[in-house]
Structures are given as C-alpha cells and as structure tokens.
Design a protein around this ligand. Structure first.
Ligand SMILES: Nc1ncnc2c1ncn2[C@@H]1O[C@H](COP(=O)(O)OP(=O)(O)OP(=O)(O)O)[C@@H](O)[C@H]1O
Ligand SMILES: [Mg+2]
Length: 302
C-alpha cells in the first residue's frame, strides 16, 4: 500500500504538519542536493586537500555559468573541514581557506581579503610587500592546506597588465606555500587563465555544465520534488513537465531551484498542492536570458 506522502523525503513529510506559512518558510530555506557532478568535484577537492607537498602542486579551475552551483559546492566542501583550535596551544588550524577575488585584479586588495577572512589585524597603509609578508606568515601558521578563490573571473575587470600581475600573485602563493589553489568562476576565468601558459597547464579545468535532458536531470527534479512539502505529488519527471521546467530555467540549478520554490509556494497559496504546467503558465516568470535582454534594453533607453 502506498501512503499519500510517498512522494516526499522524511523531513518534508514532517513539514507537511506545519502551517502554510511555516511550510512556505521551509521551502525558502537553502537545500543541498548531492548530484553526481557536485559529488565528483567534492571528491576532486578532497584529493587536493591531502596532496603531498611538491614544488609543483596541482590546481583546479571550477568553471560554470553563473547561478549553476559552484559556490554551493565549495561551501559544502568547506563545511566538512571547519576551522579548529588546538586546546593546548590555542592555535587555529584553517585547512580550507575560501576567499573571494577582489572586484578588480589588485594584489593589495587580494591580501586584504585574505587577512580579513582570517580576522588578522592589518594596516591598509602598509606596502604591498608588507601585506604579502604578513599573509605568507599567517597562512603558514594556521596551516592552510588548500586555498579556494571564488569569483576569480573578476580579474578580467582589469587591464591585461593588472590581470597578469594578479595571476602571478596566485602562482607565487601556490609555489611558496606548496598548497593547491582552486579558482572558481565563470568561463571568463578560463579565458583569463589561458593568457598565461604556465598557469593554463597548472589549472585543470572542471566544468559544471548547464543541465540538459537525461537521467541526471530527472534525478535532480525528483530530489527537488521530494524536498518540497506539498500534499500532492507533482510528477516533475513526467516528460512534458520536465521539459517545460528546463526551458523556463534555461538549465541552471539556481534558476530551477528558484522556479520550483516559487511554484511550490503558489501551489500552497492556491490550495492546489501540486505543481502543474497550468500553474507554471499562470506564474509571473521571465526567463533569465529575457531578463538580461530587458535589462540591457532599459539601460540603452536611459
Ligand atoms: N547542490 C545544490 N542543491 C540544491 N540547490 C542548489 C545546489 N547548488 C546550487 N543550488 C541552487 O542554485 C543557487 C545558485 O548556486 P551558487 O550560488 O552556488 O551558484 P554559482 O555558480 O556560484 O553562481 P555565481 O557564478 O553567480 O556565483 C543556490 O542559491 C541554490 O538555490
Ligand atoms: Mg558563486
């Protein structure tokens, strides 16, 4: 015998008992789905973390469209390796350092970002050499094993000379500390790295592609459905509905997640308790490429 909650996972089943308002809040909460590529990337990061020190450490460049789950993967990996403090020495150990690339390729700003991340006191008026010295010392002391630089495509916001210098800084940090460096960003990051042959062959690219029709996509839809506490099944993996969701989201996990959350909330508010093509048609949803196009058109009209 099947129960009426068989379409849900355990926590969504429990959430069914909540008020509508609380269920909506539940749907808005962040979710983690361990899809195959995400697990593969996490395994790659684990492998780098324990890589023995050599003069030529392997690096990784995680590239993908915006809103396609890069930062979520990094955060997930980071959660497995939190900062710890040695109770005897009170010395922190910081195995995974995640830092955002500065909005422009500035060496000084990058060092400041690292120092701020480590909550280390610094003087912004110090020379770039002094900041570099301080960064190297602290990173060694807290025993960083891997450095992840998110939003690394930001370096293309600068002139070629500044980009080169920034890339050299990354190379220097990796070589001196003998730690793997992981760059995370959009395809622009990949192009920027190609400008330096030495870096290009040291950073193995790992691509998070857009979602396409196939078994993996259907598994993703199924996972989303199991996490949304709706009283009726939606059968998201049914052919036409699955295709419609792919077209509306244009194949990024962030758009798909936002679309499904919005649809599930609408299903609760309308008391239909299921996501159907009709419900999706009645939603105010502009596809990401149209949004971009409209924003560009508006800025041209101004
Ligand atoms: N593994 C996952 N499980 C469930 N939802 C996810 C997952 N990964 C990403 N998402 C959804 O996609 C959204 C965007 O993810 P994320 O911020 O990691 O994208 P990104 O690739 O880093 O984008 P950007 O390049 O703009 O920084 C998340 O807020 C979340 O809603
Ligand atoms: Mg991101």
């Amino acid at each position: 015998m099947t129960s009426q909650t068989d379409h849900l996972n355990e926590s969504a089943k429990v959430a069914l008992a909540l008020s509508d308002h609380e269920r909506i809040n539940f749907i808005r909460r962040p979710r983690w789905i361990g899809y195959t590529k995400a697990k593969e990337v996490i395994a790659q990061l684990e492998n780098l973390l324990t890589y023995p020190k050599t003069h030529r450490m392997p690096n990784l460049l995680l590239v993908g469209e915006t809103n396609n789950g890069k930062t979520m993967i990094v955060n997930r990996f980071h959660q497995f390796h939190p900062v710890t403090a040695d109770p005897n020495t009170e010395q922190c150990q910081w195995p995974v350092l995640v830092v955002q690339a500065p909005p422009v390729p500035s060496e000084a700003r990058f060092y400041i970002a690292i120092l701020e991340k480590l909550s280390a006191p610094y003087c912004s008026c110090d020379s770039v050499y002094k900041k570099q010295f301080q960064v190297m010392k602290i990173l060694g002391r807290v025993r960083v094993q891997i450095m992840i630089i998110d939003e690394i495509h930001q370096i293309v916001a600068g002139k070629i000379g500044a980009q080169r210098q920034f890339l050299n800084t990354i190379k220097y940090l990796g070589n001196e500390l003998q730690i793997p460096i992981v760059g995370v960003g959009t395809y622009e990051a990949f192009n920027a790295l190609q400008t330096d042959p030495q870096l290009a062959n040291r950073f193995e690219p790992s691509v998070l592609p857009r979602w396409e029709q196939g078994q993996e996509y259907l598994r993703l839809l199924s996972s989303f459905e199991r996490m949304m506490p709706l009283k009726q099944p939606s059968y998201l993996t049914e052919k036409d509905l699955a295709f419609k969701l792919l077209v509306m989201s244009e194949g990024t996990i962030g758009e798909l997640s936002a679309l499904l959350a919005r649809a599930a909330i609408r299903a609760i508010e309308k008391r239909t308790e299921t996501i159907t093509p009709k419900l999706l048609d009645g939603m105010w949803w502009i596809r990401p490429s149209e949004r971009k196009w409209k924003a560009e058109k508006n800025s041209q009209e101004k």
